[in-house]
Design a binder for this molecule. Structure first.
Ligand code: C2E
Ligand code: MG
Ligand code: MG
Ligand code: MG
Length: 293
């Protein structure tokens, strides 16, 4: 009976594996052609400075409208791209589009304080050519380096810390900003923070989601904010969805925020059109009762 069950389980397991790996191969093929045909587009999600009550930048987020399906989430295709190496051409396209659009925004709306943040994958971060790619892309698009921010994650820094430091130093010499994304979700030692040439921490949205009700998440979020301040790092909160969350963050002097409360990611063409709506939401959420926080 036990043996029977074991065999059955094994059977299901291999069937699932086959379906899974076939689906993955199909996804890989489709992704390859989407990249070759420049079908990936970059959306931009505004980031808000609650102190100045302005949009201070955007995060570039890749979007793939599959021809025979609905939008496929980057959570699903980025790991495939990473495993297959497709992340290299994909990452180049995203970086170029992000820099191009940021330059266009600066030129047309004389926005000289805004930045664009681009996510780097592990493979891109380890690539010997990364620094050259960033430098060339900035040069070709004409975007001044201080308007580009690169987001890395804690896990990319582990393993080979010495190499990571060398890469980060080279990026810093270019004049770009480096941010640790999803901060708090990695398994890293805090001690490394003092050794790394990074500028900014982005508090993971899993700690923001349950503010201000969950005492553990209050503890973690406030600890990260305080630590960033003490280390002289900027801090930004992602996934801000409610006014209560925004108020809590303000109270703890975390003024940089990103989330659906203010704006969703939109295509480049819609940034200007959306700007008044975003400004309205900023005014509604933080324009009043600054004194009662
Ligand atoms: P991430 O870098 O942490 O990006 C933030 C994600 O949170 C985005 O999901 C964004 O749409 C979503 N988000 C923003 N505000 C809110 C909010 O208020 N509530 C909730 N629930 N979610 C919010 P998205 O665009 O689906 O991207 C998922 C992940 O895929 C990103 O997480 C990043 O790790 C990766 N990714 C996206 N674009 C790229 C890219 O161009 N290159 C690389 N290497 N990775 C990317
Ligand atoms: Mg990010
Ligand atoms: Mg993030
Ligand atoms: Mg995240």
């Amino acid at each position: 009976q036990a043996k029977e069950q074991g065999r059955d389980n094994f059977q299901y397991f291999t069937d699932d594996m086959n379906i899974e790996s076939l689906a993955r191969m199909a996804l890989e093929n489709d992704l390859r052609s989407a990249i070759n045909n420049n079908e990936l587009v970059v959306f931009f999600q505004p980031q808000v400075n609650m102190l100045t009550q302005e949009v201070c930048g955007y995060e570039a987020l890749v979007r793939w409208q599959h021809e025979q399906a609905e939008m496929i989430s980057p959570e699903r295709f980025i790991p495939v791209a990473e495993e297959t190496g497709l992340i290299m051409p994909l990452g180049e396209q995203v970086l170029r589009q992000a820099c191009q659009h940021m330059k266009a925004i600066m030129d047309s709306h004389s926005q000289h304080g805004q930045t664009v943040a681009v996510n780097l994958s592990a493979r891109q971060f380890r690539d010997m050519n990364l620094v050259n790619l960033v430098r060339d892309t900035l040069q070709e698009t004409g975007l001044p380096p201080k308007h580009l921010e690169l987001e890395i994650t804690e896990s990319m820094l582990m393993g080979n810390m010495e190499q990571a430091i060398v890469t980060l130093q080279a990026l810093k010499r270019l004049g770009v900003t480096v941010t640790i994304d999803d901060f708090g979700t990695g398994y890293s030692s805090l001690n490394y923070l003092t050794r790394l040439p990074v500028d900014k921490l982005k508090v993971d949205r899993s700690f923001i989601a349950n503010l201000p009700d969950n005492p553990e998440h209050i503890a973690i979020a406030t600890a990260i904010i305080a630590m960033a301040q003490r280390l002289g790092l900027q801090v930004v909160a992602e996934g801000v969805e409610t006014e209560q969350q925004a108020r809590f963050l303000r109270k703890h002097q975390c003024y940089l925020v990103q989330g659906y409360l203010f704006a969703e990611p939109v295509p480049a063409e819609s940034i200007q059109q959306e700007a008044p709506n975003v400004q309205n939401r900023i005014n509604l959420a933080v324009g009043h009762e600054f004194d009662t926080v």
